[in-house]
Design a protein around this ligand. Structure first.
Ligand SMILES: NC(=O)c1ccc[n+]([C@@H]2O[C@H](COP(=O)([O-])OP(=O)(O)OC[C@H]3O[C@@H](n4cnc5c(N)ncnc54)[C@H](OP(=O)(O)O)[C@@H]3O)[C@@H](O)[C@H]2O)c1
Length: 257
């Protein structure tokens, strides 16, 4: 059975991707840690859209997570046509105050798992002759350092560079790779990153996760390399080409402190 694999599908942008694919009659395999949320989403989508929805409950910061997921996919005989490599999180604070365990898990989920899963799914697509699609979720953070979210921003820079690299490689095998770069988006992200009260977030109007996922999905279908959401964000990234990175970082310090 063909399935679309979505990580971080229990909330926010990933959950909205699941709804979009369900509305397009794709069967789904949803991954996250929150079993109750995944079960509820799976039941709503399968009854609402008449599709098959399976869940794989896993902490993607675990060393063996991707191997276990791939073993499950092979046991079930699933053919993954699309991968939405979305699970990720951030953390806020000075590097001498933030928690290393949380940061090392972040590096694992945002980088190691993204790479390992893209690699295994690309191999799976090639060996099953699937002309598939991979969407990795980067961020506006991919384009600039942030002194109070240094690890998160660096992890998203990695995702942007990695995605562009494998895109050029995999397009020769019939696989499309797109990197979705949302700006600040309303989701569970802010709470987990401890930034709900930060001055650059409080009272700010943000696009919904649905708007971002709809945009990401449309750009993926068009085969775009980079899907940077929002005119303001695109303009900001354009302007940053002309400003030294050290200045950008100093401005980010003042905006985020
Ligand atoms: N919201 C923003 O402002 C924003 C901006 C740019 C980029 N992004 C990126 O967008 C992606 C989605 O985030 P979101 O905004 O939708 O935030 P969210 O609502 O917090 O969703 C994050 C998803 O990732 C999953 N996840 C987190 N840690 C995990 C782990 N260790 N193992 C398995 N799943 C895990 C969560 O599921 P469980 O908690 O159930 O495990 C959840 O489903 C992330 O990569 C984020 O960096 C967000």
């Amino acid at each position: 059975m063909n399935v679309v694999l979505i990580t971080g599908a229990s909330s926010g942008i990933g959950k909205e991707f699941a709804e979009i694919y369900a509305a397009n009659k794709s069967n789904l395999l949803l991954v996250a840690r929150s079993e109750d949320k995944l079960k509820e989403i799976a039941s709503n989508l399968s009854s609402g859209y008449g599709i098959e929805v399976d869940i794989f409950v896993k902490d993607l910061s675990e060393e063996n997570a991707v191997n276990e997921l791939m073993q499950y996919i092979n046991e079930k005989g699933y053919l993954v046509t699309d991968l939405i490599n979305n699970a990720g999180f951030g953390d806020y604070g000075s590097i001498i105050e933030t928690d290393w365990t949380k940061e090392s898990n972040m590096i694992h989920v945002n980088i190691v798992t993204v790479v390992h899963l893209a690699k295994e799914i690309a191999k799976h697509m090639v060996s099953n002759n699937i002309k598939g699609k991979i969407l990795n979720v980067g961020s506006i953070a991919s384009y600039m350092p942030n002194p109070f979210m240094s690890v998160y921003h660096a992890s998203k820079s990695f995702v942007l560079s990695f995605s562009l690299g494998i895109r050029e490689d995999l397009r020769r095998k019939g696989i499309t790779v797109t990197v979705l770069c949302p700006g600040v988006t309303a989701s569970g992200f802010q709470e987990r990153a401890n930034i709900t009260n930060a001055s650059f977030i409080k009272g700010r109007s943000m696009p919904t996760s649905k708007e971002v996922a709809v945009y990401g999905y449309s750009q993926l279908q068009k085969g775009r390399a980079i899907a940077l959401h929002g005119f303001r964000n695109r303009f900001l990234v354009f302007l940053m080409r002309f400003i030294p990175k050290t200045w950008v970082t100093a401005i980010a310090y003042n905006l985020s402190k």
